[in-house]
Ligand binder design. Sequence first.
Ligand code: C2G
Length: 130
Amino acid sequence: MKTVITYGTFDLLHQGHLNLLKRAKKLGDYLIVGVTTDSFDVNRGKLNVQQSVMDRVKAIQDTGLADKIILEEYEGQKVDDVKKYQVDVFAIGSDWYGDFDYLKEYCEVVYLERTKGISSTQIREKQQFI
Ligand code: C2G
């Protein structure tokens, strides 16, 4: 069995996230999705997240694409998770190109092309005008 892992905030889940999850799933047989906790996002400077971690997890669950959902709570957790779940492939959007090459010591690292023209930030900005 080939295990794939990906991570994200997935605030206001949109088509860009869905494309990423579908492509990640195709890289193997079992997809683990790591969802950032609210405090982890604050710690990494992401201060404008609208949905709570529970709502973001629920949205991922509803896609039916994740075989397992875990929480990402601390810096350095990715290495621990890759080892713990015997991950074969780490996948993430191309906006992170190069940033996770250090995981190549433990598994394959794949950067998937980011979907252009859609982002959580854009959706949040639009909502302010409704
Ligand atoms: N994404 C995408 N296309 C978009 C928007 C996002 O492919 N238009 C991808 C991102 O590249 C990422 C995933 O969707 O792989 C989740 O994106 P975010 O929710 O913005 O989370 P992010 O801050 O990228 O999480 O540990 C956390 C991760 O390292 C990064």
